[in-house]
Design a protein around this ligand. Structure first.
Ligand code: GLV
Ligand code: MN
Ligand code: MN
Length: 398
């Protein structure tokens, strides 16, 4: 199978034009935005030209379907509120190139997918979570984004395009190529990582309600300040986690909304995201207990109320041994001495797809380990190396 690296890179650059923003190769293409939908329509046209049948499922996940049984390749084409040109897009465009190359070479049938809302505007890897059967569409529809819009409302923008769910039994397995989004390959000067496991995640919203009041006249001892509660909560969980976490465990408060959000008002309400990730489900559970205990204790001590939103989460997942072996053999051939096996600290659609079929993943380096930022980038030589390794694995599996 001969891939065409020039065509692959040119498609990647073209896809970046949908939502191109910020410095360098930044992208703003959140799920269901105008840029996201336009990018999907563009991809559907590329799939058609490649002899695949474009099909959107009810979530807006776009498939390019080969006839009959096939291997599924892909990732996602939505972005974070500020993201780079490769997170997700790389796996989709590499899949498209390999589908074309395999067809030309009379190789195995390859279908392509771009999952919707991998970046979790509404949930956590929402499109593939729904497709995997772990979340009913009616329940997903009630999820809200950070501005309070429901998923039902957002996906109505795609309504004329949407069809039925795709039967997963038509696929023999799933391979996802992605940027590493961490520092290890770049630091070691290696081109390829073959993923062993994907970590688990928990994610929820927490809300403190205290009392809104005047910032000049309210004495400190009478305040029920929701932001002060959040600050204390943050300091205390960092302390309490010490005996529970490992150097691989991570936790993040990435979104905070204060009400009414003004300099001269003691905030009466604070809503914030609490997310934590680890490779061990039991540890994720212990961390949840600590979070709930501390949040409630702080509320009691400061005279506020606390409430917890819907808990979203995915369990850690091990990659399929035989798909992984095909990637390793191909890495050995195309990136001899410059690849490693490694876990994934980022989440991926492959976690959910593993409910339906065997899955495996391949990483290429992220320059300076940066992602979920406009500065995200990868050397084009490494992008091409990853494409070759993935194509070699598909040929082996065929
Ligand atoms: C996916 O983008 C993640 O947050 O790991
Ligand atoms: Mn991604
Ligand atoms: Mn991402």
């Amino acid at each position: 199978m001969r891939t065409n690296p020039g065509r692959f890179l040119s498609d990647l650059h073209e896809l970046r034009q949908f939502g191109a923003a910020g410095v360098g190769k930044g992208v703003v293409r959140p799920a269901y935005s105008e840029a996201d939908i336009a990018a999907r329509v563009w991809l559907a046209q590329r799939f058609k030209e490649a002899g695949l049948t474009p099909h959107y499922d009810p979530m807006g996940t776009l498939f390019g379907l080969a006839d009959g049984p096939s291997i599924l390749l892909g990732s996602h084409s939505d972005s974070q509120p500020e993201g780079g040109w490769l997170d997700g897009a790389l796996g989709v465009v590499a899949a498209l190139e390999i589908a074309r190359a395999s067809k030309n070479a009379g190789g195995p049938a390859v279908s392509v997918v771009s999952f919707q809302d991998e970046e979790g505007r509404f949930g956590v890897t929402t499109g593939s979570t729904v497709w995997s059967g772990q979340l009913a569409l009616e329940d997903a529809d009630k999820l809200t984004d950070r501005d309070g819009m429901t998923l039902a409302e957002a996906r109505s923008a795609m309504q004329p395009l949407l069809g039925a769910f795709v039967d997963p039994s038509r696929f023999t397995g799933f391979l996802e190529m992605h940027i590493e989004q961490g520092p290890w390959l770049d630091e070691a000067g290696e081109s390829v990582g073959v993923v062993t496991d994907i970590v688990g995640i928990r994610d929820m919203r927490i809300t403190y309600v205290g009392e809104q009041n005047h910032a000049g006249t309210t004495p400190m001892h009478l305040r029920r300040d929701a932001f002060q509660a959040l600050g204390t909560f943050n300091a205390e969980i960092n302390e309490r986690f010490r005996n529970v976490v490992t150097p691989q465990t991570v936790w993040t408060i990435g979104h905070v909304k204060l009400y009414p959000d003004a300099h001269s008002i003691v905030p009466g309400k604070a809503t914030f995201s609490m997310q934590w990730r680890d490779g061990d489900s039991a540890r994720l559970g212990r961390m949840e207990e600590i979070i709930r205990e501390v949040a409630e204790a702080v509320a009691r001590e400061r005279g506020l109320t606390v409430s917890f939103g819907q808990m979203l989460g995915l369990e850690p997942v091990r990659m399929d041994a035989s798909l992984r072996a095909a990637l390793e053999a191909s890495a050995e051939e195309h990136a001899d001495g410059a690849w490693r096996s490694m876990p994934s600290g980022a989440l991926h659609d492959a976690t959910n797809v593993s409910k339906h079929m065997p899955v495996a993943m391949l990483f290429v380096p992220s320059i300076n380990g940066i992602s979920h930022a406009f500065e995200e980038d990868t050397d084009e030589a490494d992008l091409i190396k990853g494409l070759e390794v993935l194509a070699g694995a598909v040929a082996r599996l065929g």
